[in-house]
Ligand binder design. Structure first.
Ligand SMILES: N[C@@H](CCC(=O)N[C@@H](CS)C(=O)NCC(=O)O)C(=O)O
Length: 207
């Protein structure tokens, strides 16, 4: 049995969707950032970084989103993470792009916003960085149906989760037509819709 510590619509939603895709039951424990529950002594004891996601599997604590996704998809033999060869390399590359490049680009904006910065060169540079990354995604999706090629992978799911944060950026974030096509398809998957309903999150980025 899995227990997922999550915040609605955050990167933890990628784990929630992956568990749904694998047909796994999950107990959800919401961590409110507004109430600073992620900084409570109780939560810091299981995740000293004060981040979601944290996944507890039969008493074992797993942290770091990409590591958790790889663990879950491998354990349940999911085609969202190809087994070997160039297909696996591409899936891991684009999973890391989403988790380690695109996610921190949004985190920079949210960090500035928390400090009251919504205008100025720092915010402009942070938003430009996000737009440049989505432009790279758009160019790839003009040539392939999915970010890794012909097959859907976990990277498409995490990109779709992160795209939905764009409305919280105080500058325009441009998602191209091919990107929106992907977001619409991926967010329509039953496993995705179930996670949105469970977390009470509306999907807005595909519009
Ligand atoms: N590298 C970490 C990043 C996790 C992360 O930054 N999560 C965000 C939510 S999307 C968070 O918990 N933010 C709370 C905070 O920074 O205070 C991972 O992949 O687990």
């Amino acid at each position: 049995m899995y227990k997922l510590y999550y915040s609605p619509g955050a990167c933890s939603m990628g784990i929630h969707i992956a568990l749904n895709e694998c047909g796994q039951e999950v107990e959800l424990e919401e961590i409110s950032f507004a109430a600073r529950q992620n900084r409570s002594a109780e939560y810091l004891a299981i995740n000293p970084r004060g981040h979601v996601p944290t996944l507890v599997e039969d008493g074992r604590v797993l942290r770091e989103g990409a590591a958790i996704l790889i663990h879950v998809l491998e354990k349940h033999d999911s085609p969202l993470l190809p087994k070997s060869g160039p297909e696996r390399d591409a899936a891991i590359e684009w999973l890391m792009f989403a988790n380690s490049t695109l996610h921190p680009a949004y985190a920079r904006v949210f960090f500035l916003k928390r400090g009251g910065v919504t205008e100025g060169t720092l915010m402009d540079a942070a938003a430009t960085n996000i737009n440049d990354l989505w432009s790279e995604v758009e160019h790839r999706l003009a040539e392939h149906p999915y970010i890794c090629g012909d097959k859907v992978t976990i990277a498409d799911i995490l990109l779709t989760v992160i795209a939905n944060w764009s409305g919280n950026v105080p500058k325009p974030i441009h998602l191209g037509p091919n990107t929106k096509r992907l977001l619409k398809e991926i967010s329509s998957r039953p496993a995705y819709q179930k996670a949105l309903a469970d977390e009470r999150v509306e999907y807005k980025a595909a519009a």
